[in-house]
Design a protein around this ligand. Sequence first.
Ligand code: FAD
Length: 335
Amino acid sequence: MRPLRYTRPETLEAAIAAFTAADAEARYIAGGTTFYDLMKLGVERPTHLVDVTAIQGLDVVDTAGDTLRFGATALMSDVAAAVQDVPVLAESLDKAASQQLRNMATVGGNILQRTRCPYFRNGAGPASAVGVYPCNKREPGSGCAAIGGLDRGQAVLGTSAACTAVAGGDWPVALMALDAMVELAGPAGVRSLPIADFYRLPGDTPHVEFSILPGELVTAITVPATAAAQRSTYHKVRDRESYAFALASAAVALEMDGDTVAKARVALGGVATVPWRARAAEAVLAGATLTRERALEAGRAAFADARPGRHNAFKIPLGVETVADAVMIAAGRTL
Ligand SMILES: Cc1cc2nc3c(=O)[nH]c(=O)nc-3n(C[C@H](O)[C@H](O)[C@H](O)COP(=O)(O)OP(=O)(O)OC[C@H]3O[C@@H](n4cnc5c(N)ncnc54)[C@H](O)[C@@H]3O)c2cc1C
């Protein structure tokens, strides 16, 4: 048995102080819906947990102004209920996990969830420090069993020779499409950064997943309230219609001028190593008269640089159709 300290501070300052006073294996914890799993699997081995759910004011949900604001410990279910007039946000939350999980999980924990790559998760039993399968994300420098292995669920975009693990979250894909900002607080003070800079491509350091400094915690996520946010959708394709991660998904938000796309925002999930902004797809749509063929062209542009492995090439045509369907669904939304 390994000793584990647990604290539940009520202020931001006390949480940061508790984290920095602990040793290098301290971790923040919120709903615990994914972190405790990783501890049981032996992937995460903290010696000190700092629970952020009692921090006052960190669960605020404010959708009244020009900027939507979601405190890090706001529950996924509460945020989903508050953003029903922003379909891409609401659908990305409503289609994630299960109602029970959404009632427990926080939107801050959601953007920090780690990959569901089976080699990352299932290689390390409680009795093993290294794990059965090599995984560069779990054990830097050990190799990647997914490359050349069972890679049906792996990424086809943003991969590297060190890692093909897919980013599984839905809400981060919607946030990526809407240019959300992530607010952080830590020993060196507060800062905010675009969500596109929050996620790190695997490159040759796949264990470095987020632009987060030691001792920093996520305090809030903000989203500009644009017109496009309302003419939007999160379209998710999975092995079963409920309670499953995406095989391919697309978050699309459109500004329309009659039948012409004035501006498009497109992001992809289930197919890339990070929530993936598809700028090439946006360029195909911008200024175009919207037709199904044009939407398919946007989908093909989104996957032009895709690199499949042994068993996941199906994600490319599936992803193209997913983008096209999402574009047509978003365009059909009435404001
Ligand atoms: C069976 C199952 C199915 C699921 N299906 C889906 C799905 O379809 N789509 C989807 O998007 N998600 C899915 N999930 C993932 C789920 O959405 C996440 O588990 C949840 O959002 C994590 O939130 P949490 O508050 O429980 O985070 P925790 O488990 O508490 O933490 C997650 C990570 O975030 C860190 N952390 C938490 N809060 C902070 C903070 N404020 N600052 C810094 N670090 C922090 C923790 O250290 C940890 O690394 C599924 C999970 C399960 C168990």
